[in-house]
Design a protein around this ligand. Structure first.
Ligand SMILES: [Zn+2]
Ligand SMILES: [Zn+2]
Length: 616
């Protein structure tokens, strides 16, 4: 390779005329084209992908060396690493993964050159046939006529487009993470293969950071914390994707719901309640039986009439709109409901609280005049930022999705609505990306993804303009001129679904809910039985101030009681011994800051109340 001295193995490949090529390729070695070469560094996105893809080849080589009968299939780089699918009778055990890792390290040390070869399709088929690699034969037979490219490192040969690293010594810090079953070509009629997931990074430090983050994600898993903190469960007797809220989870939900309802009432909304089922006809009128059928359950027969479990709340709110004549002076109408809906999801995609079959949307519908649209969107944005901020979410990824190919409504209305959405975002100084053509067929929308403490993005809030339902239900209002006009309808959710939002909250706070949400805010810990009476006095004072408190009066050592309260992630502990009982004080302990010293009960209550009010 000319013009490049790279002993540190930082440069993995090159880009020539926009195409990624191997460092050993003819293009890189011909000096006259050197000007058009861009070197691909291991820390660039392309470099990282080549490194990971090459590590997957390396893993396949190690597997073949250790288990010559195992057959290789495919092994791509993926977003945070790579995988490779092998045809092997039994899943790989953890011990086997360690053995494979060791062998990979040995192959890295060998620094075997990685060579590209080109063969005719027939020769490649013959070669893999001879090696009894029937999956490779099957893949090649599906390729168009011509030559195919292969990569060889030592005795290991894989079919691949490349590019790859020049030698195995370029692989640095890697880790095999876990295994899973995967059907050949993703088809459950095919044979089940054994997949190994792994990841690779340019430096050990970057790998360690990534592994720490995975560890942190595991620790925060809402399914694990939900069980440990006794918040919710999903039981076989009830059914997959259906949530049971246990007392502590239910208390948190009540706090979230109360806050939501109070804030809606003081922000110009009215609250509604609507049933969980309605006649199937309603869903014919709304069009859901056409375009949403795949997500709906089968109708229920009630006295010969078909009823439908609701997948959405909108038609109910619309029906209430239609119970009266509406005038331009009545608009905007803002109706909100914590509405429970049921949607079909395949059992394979259900996941804790994040993907369920029954959930409660924090839904609202706004009916307004065209001249009110932009102001309404702006105030929804304000409201969204305020509500999400109360839970500590202040970073967002915002998307504006515009008109798709198939749409209803006039072009003029689409343009007006899209402009209104984008103007409102700009006026609020919220940065956003445009997702061209990604709007729903009935109107453009804004989607807001919130970022949690681990910087993971979660789709929660949405604001959608709808030209379809007002038309289908023939909604109208009387204008100033006495004529009838069609209102514009907005669908809007801030948290999205209470179940999902709760799951995100559990992971965001790692179960240590802020005082205002915590199901138990204070635990009173008498040091001996003698302080039980004093503890009762304390709890009645706290309850008078609406502070959620419990006493741990068990006959246990105080150190043990503190540890348990800490495990339950209770924000405050009030410890009372003889001295405190006599002086009318408590020794206050915070779950994060530790011992805060002795305080009068009045001071302690003031402190706790201030933290509740500040939502910390
Ligand atoms: Zn490859
Ligand atoms: Zn709706």
């Amino acid at each position: 390779m000319k013009g490049l001295q790279d002993n540190s193995k930082e440069i993995l490949a090159a880009r020539v005329n926009g195409r990624l090529v191997d460092l050993k390729s003819r293009q890189c070695e011909e000096p006259d084209v050197e000007e058009g070469i861009e070197w691909v560094n291991v820390s660039s996105p392309e470099g990282l992908e080549i490194l990971r893809h090459s590590t997957s080849h390396l893993m396949a080589q190690a597997v073949k060396e250790l288990y010559p009968d195992v057959k290789i299939t495919i092994g791509p780089a993926i977003e945070e690493g790579f995988y490779y699918d092998f045809d092997k009778e039994r899943p790989f055990t953890n011990e086997e993964l360690l053995k494979i890792e060791e062998r990979m390290t040995a192959i890295v040390k060998r620094d075997t050159p990685v060579e590209r070869m080109e063969l005719s399709r027939e020769d490649a088929v013959k070669m893999f046939d001879g090696m009894k690699e029937n999956y490779k034969v099957e893949i090649i037979k599906d390729l168009p006529e011509g030559t195919v490219s292969l990569y060889r490192q030592g005795d290991f040969i894989d079919l691949c487009r490349g590019p790859h690293i020049p030698s195995t010594g370029y692989v640095r810090s890697f880790k095999l993470l876990n295994t899973a079953g995967a059907y050949w070509r993703g088809d459950e009629k095919n044979r089940m293969l054994q997949r190994i997931y792994g990841t690779a990074f340019p430096t050990q430090e970057a790998l360690d950071n990534y592994l720490n983050k995975l560890e942190e994600i595991k620790k925060r898993d809402h399914r694990k914390l939900g069980r440990e903190l006794d918040l919710f469960s999903i039981q076989d007797e009830i059914g997959a994707g259906l949530i049971l809220w246990h007392p502590k989870g239910a208390l948190i939900r009540k706090t979230i719901e109360d806050f939501w309802k109070d804030e809606h009432l003081s922000n110009g909304y009215q609250l509604l309640y609507t049933p969980h089922v309605a006649k199937l006809d309603l869903w014919n009128t709304s069009g859901h039986t056409d375009f949403y059928r795949a997500n709906m359950y089968a109708p229920i027969d009630i006295e010969g009439q078909e009823f439908q479990l609701k997948p959405m709340n909108c038609p109910f709110h619309i029906t209430i709109y239609k119970t009266k004549m509406r005038s331009y002076r009545d608009l905007p109408i803002r109706w909100a409901e914590l509405g429970t809906v049921y949607r079909y999801e395949r059992s394979g995609v259900l996941h804790g609280l994040l993907r369920v079959r029954g959930f409660t949307q924090d839904d609202a519908h706004i009916f307004c005049r065209p001249d009110q649209l932009e102001k309404e969107i702006a105030s929804i944005l304000d409201f969204t930022v305020y509500i999400l901020g109360a839970y500590g979410f202040t970073n967002y990824d915002i998307y504006l999705s515009t008109r798709p190919e198939k749409y209803v409504g006039s072009l003029e209305n689409w343009d007006k609505a899209t402009t209104a959405l984008s103007n409102a975002l700009k006026a609020k100084g919220l940065e956003f990306q445009v997702d061209p053509g990604e709007g729903v067929f009935y109107g453009p929308k804004i989607d807001i993804k919130i970022k949690d403490v681990l910087d993971r993005a979660w789709q929660c809030s949405t604001i959608q303009v709808d030209f379809n339902l007002p038309e289908r239900f023939a909604l109208s209002y009387t204008g100033e001129d006495g004529l009838q006009y069609q209102p514009i309808m907005l669908h809007r959710a801030l948290m999205g679904s209470l179940e999902r939002f709760f799951g995100i909250l559990v992971e965001h706070y790692a179960g240590a809910f802020p005082v205002w949400i915590a199901p138990v805010q204070v635990k009173i810990l008498p040091i001996t039985d003698k302080q039980n009476v004093y503890a009762e006095e304390l709890i009645s004072l706290l309850k008078k101030e609406n502070i959620r408190a419990e006493i741990d009066s068990r006959n246990e050592k105080i150190g043990f009681k503190i540890r348990e309260a800490q495990m339950e992630k209770i924000p405050y502990m009030l410890i009372a011994g003889n001295r405190e009982a006599e002086a009318g004080t408590v020794s206050l302990r915070h779950r994060r800051d530790g011992d805060k010293g002795a305080l009068t009960i009045t001071t302690a209550i003031e402190m706790i109340k201030k933290d509740i009010a500040d939502r910390v």
